[in-house]
Design a binder for this molecule. Structure first.
Ligand code: FA5
Length: 341
């Protein structure tokens, strides 16, 4: 018998053993009265004289090593049994339960949901659109062909792709949903589309590379700037809970004609404050009547259908609503900021 091999096998079985009775059985088999070690010792008288000493020492070492291994494994099994009992059995009903940490809705989610409710009640669809868009939807269908200078105002993240296929971009605004809405819905219709947008911006307190917008589009017959102003006033009433005067300034966007920047009377003051930069007006959203080329790109006949569209800067609106001074807080994931809502 090779003593080293016998010991290695015995140790392996002991390590793998996970109950006390089985451990005892191994111990008996190895060092008991009729066990391996006894058999080894009993064989000594029949061995040549020069081998007897080594076999005797080996048998004693084997016995001690097996006893040590059994003792070590027994201690390990006992301590894990105690742990299990602690975990499962000891319950003190008088100890106060750990406080349940409740999450809360992100301010962007809150404002988005409020606006969705408001627009749903006005008969609008709430639409979603892909955040990774084709160049066609993000630019071309919106009357911004390649090399049009308006592309400079929306510095874009292009997506590298292998092989054939249309050029892909992270959408720079929610306006592509205008085209998707025209393709999907039967006019007349009204729809909003809140969501994430991306621009390769130099980031500062009012510019993020990832921010939220909410597109609005209304298509019908004989839609005029009057309808646009009426809808915007209703929108503002929903946001600020009161009627606010609005004014339109000319604004250029290739996908609307005429195009405007809509300002609202500052909801926080009457004579000028830091929010309105002492002007009593706050710049709220760009908007306009849908350009005939955009109606055509969406598959609608511009001779029959007309419409208005607007692009609300949701991130900026949330900042205004909650007095947040830096747009970068919104997506920072910083709990010190988030726990305030
Ligand atoms: C647009 O994105 C147009 N698609 C809006 C539009 C829709 C016009 C429909 C006409 C008809 P603009 O680039 O101005 O326009 O962005 C709209 C709003 O998004 C801005 O008023 C601003 O509130 C917000 N915004 C733009 N860039 C950023 C940015 N980097 N970080 C945070 N908010 C931004």
């Amino acid at each position: 018998m090779d003593i080293d091999t016998t010991l290695a096998e015995a140790r392996e079985r002991i390590r793998a053993c996970d109950d006390a009775a089985a451990l005892k059985a191994i111990e008996r088999e190895m060092v008991g009265k009729d066990g391996v070690v006894s058999a080894l010792l009993a064989s000594i008288p029949s061995l040549p004289a020069e081998e007897r000493r080594a076999v005797g020492q080996g048998a004693n070492q084997l016995k001690q090593a097996v006893l040590d291994a059994v003792a070590e494994r027994t201690a390990a099994l006992e301590s894990s049994a105690v742990e299990a009992q602690r975990g499962a059995g000891h319950f003190d009903a008088s100890v106060p339960a750990p406080a349940v940490e409740r999450g809360s809705l992100h301010p962007l989610t809150r404002v988005t949901r409020e606006l969705e409710d408001q627009f749903l009640s006005m008969g609008y669809h709430v639409l979603d659109g892909p955040e990774v868009e084709t160049d066609f939807y993000n630019f071309e269908a919106l009357n911004i062909p390649p090399d049009h200078p308006a592309r400079d105002s929306q510095d874009t993240f292009f997506i590298e792709r292998e092989g054939e296929g249309p050029e892909l971009v992270m959408r720079t605004h929610t306006s592509p949903v205008q085209i998707r809405a025209m393709q999907r819905l039967t006019p007349p219709f009204r729809a909003i589309a809140p969501g994430k947008t991306f621009r390769n911006e130099s980031v500062d307190a009012s510019h993020e590379h990832t921010f939220h917008q909410m597109e609005g589009i209304v298509i019908g017959e004989d839609i005029s700037v009057g309808h646009l102003i009426g809808a915007m006033k209703t929108l503002l009433r929903g946001i600020f809970n009161r009627d606010l005067d609005v004014r339109l300034r000319p604004g250029y966007f290739p996908f609307v004609e005429p195009g405007f920047e809509l300002d609202a009377r500052c909801p926080f003051c009457e004579t000028g404050c830091s929010v309105c930069k002492r002007t009593t007006w706050i710049e709220l959203l760009p908007c306009g009547l849908v350009h005939p080329a955009v109606l055509s790109a969406g598959g609608l006949d511009p001779e029959r259908w007309s419409g208005f569209a607007f692009g609300l800067g949701l991130s900026r609106l949330v900042m205004l609503r909650y007095g947040i001074d830096d747009v970068r807080h919104l997506l920072s994931g910083d709990l010190r900021f988030l726990e305030q809502f």
